[in-house]
Write a protein of this length. Structure first.
Length: 193
């Protein structure tokens, strides 16, 4: 089995046979013209996760599963030459690491996402995200949909405040900030250490 997937499972990042995706996957990867859904249509085993190179570099790293989907990886990499944000790729023993640059006009949104300020992002950013994830809400529990994060209601803020045991006045956003330990890319070797 692919070693990164083993690490994810051993560290509770796989739940109900699904990878818990990073905030980079959900909130930043669409800014380079890619969604987790588009990769899943190619092959459900192709995509593992997206990470940041670092908070400062504004590079998005996609990890493709070479063990379970070698041909799909090669075909997908060839197509990336059409993506203006594609920089390069690295072939590892068990995975391909694809590197993309974030378009300059999304730098402000990028900074807001890293600070957990999802609702403060630009209208053009929200339009892109909503085209992918829709505008559905989760009404009866504190867990937010992507749209709840972008446009939190008073009711969702109250559910989140109750879950955290704090006053609603302390809740501005309904999702936590990205965890740098999970967001920043690490090689399989670094994960093992």
């Amino acid at each position: 089995m692919q070693e990164r997937l083993v690490w994810l499972e051993n560290n509770a990042y796989i739940q109900n046979n699904k990878i818990v995706h990073t905030r980079t996957t959900r909130f930043l990867m669409p800014l380079i013209g890619i969604s987790e859904f588009s990769l899943g249509y190619i092959n459900p085993k192709l995509f593992i996760n997206a990470h940041l190179k670092s908070y400062e570099e504004k590079l998005i790293i996609l990890i493709l599963n070479k063990v379970d989907c070698p041909e799909g990886c090669k075909e997908y990499i060839e197509l990336q030459n059409l993506n203006e944000n594609f920089v390069d790729y690295i072939e590892e023993e068990q995975e391909y690491i694809l590197i993309y640059k974030l378009p300059n006009h999304f730098y402000d949104d990028y900074d807001k996402i890293l600070k957990g300020m999802y609702s403060k992002t630009s209208g053009s950013y929200k339009d892109i995200i909503c085209k992918i994830y829709g505008t559905g809400r989760i009404y009866n529990e504190h867990y937010p949909s992507v749209y709840d994060c972008l446009e939190p209601t008073k009711e969702k803020r109250k559910l989140y405040a109750d879950f955290l045991g704090v006053d609603i006045s302390e809740i501005k956003e309904v999702s936590s900030i990205p965890d740098p330990n999970y967001e920043i890319y690490k090689t399989i070797k670094q994960l093992k250490e």
